[in-house]
Ligand binder design. Structure first.
Ligand SMILES: [Ca+2]
Length: 199
């Protein structure tokens, strides 16, 4: 009896070592390319129809967006319109929900960088955790101004970094907007990186 009790843990240990699975290599992509729809660790989503947010004419309107559908909002799209009889402004902006980040324009800080298809989104992108304007248009008597690269660009890619626990996930969003009524922000499609097991 004593012998069996002593040997049992040894036998169990031997059995466990024999049945151990070969070690799997779990990786997460270190970057994503704007417009990339496939690859190891790439999740591509193409909402049908597009996710369209129409500005309801309120002074300010925010839309919370859960990009990776995990139940936690990742981004906030906002449109603001403050007109009165002589002056006002109209703007659209994107704010990452903490601790997420978005790619800004280095030479034009506080503005969301419009990325082109093929641009790499990764560690070396110009990240910021604050809100960034897509465009800002203002007017007062005899004066009208407009800033932000999206003022003249209707469609481009936005770069997003989702930080969930220990994982950093890089994303692109194909984003369209119309300044003309009805004001709209449209998410055409997007993709993000996730952990995957190397084949
Ligand atoms: Ca989420």
């Amino acid at each position: 009896m004593h012998f069996r009790l002593v040997m049992l843990p040894v036998i169990l240990l031997f059995w466990a070592s024999c049945t151990e699975e070969p070690e799997e290599k779990v990786r997460i992509p270190e970057s994503i390319v704007a417009g990339q729809t496939s690859g190891n660790g790439i999740v591509y989503t193409n909402p049908q129809p597009d996710d369209s947010f129409y500005f309801a004419g309120l002074a300010s309107q925010e839309v919370f967006y859960d990009l990776n559908r995990d139940g936690n909002d990742d981004l906030v799209f906002s449109m603001t319109d403050y007109p009165d009889s002589v002056s006002g402004y109209y703007s659209a902006s994107l704010r990452p929900v903490y601790p997420n980040q978005i790619v800004r324009t280095p030479q034009l800080d506080y503005y969301l960088r419009p990325l082109n298809a093929g641009d790499t989104i990764g560690r070396n992108s110009y990240w910021h955790e604050g809100s960034a304007f897509m465009f800002y248009e203002g007017w007062d008597p005899g004066h009208h101004w407009s800033t932000g690269q999206w003022d003249t660009i209707r469609h481009a890619f936005a770069g997003v970094k989702l930080i969930t626990g220990a994982d950093t996930s890089y994303c692109w969003i194909s984003l369209f907007h119309s300044k003309e009524p009805p004001h709209a922000l449209v998410i055409r499609d997007y993709a993000y990186t996730i952990r995957y097991t190397e084949p």
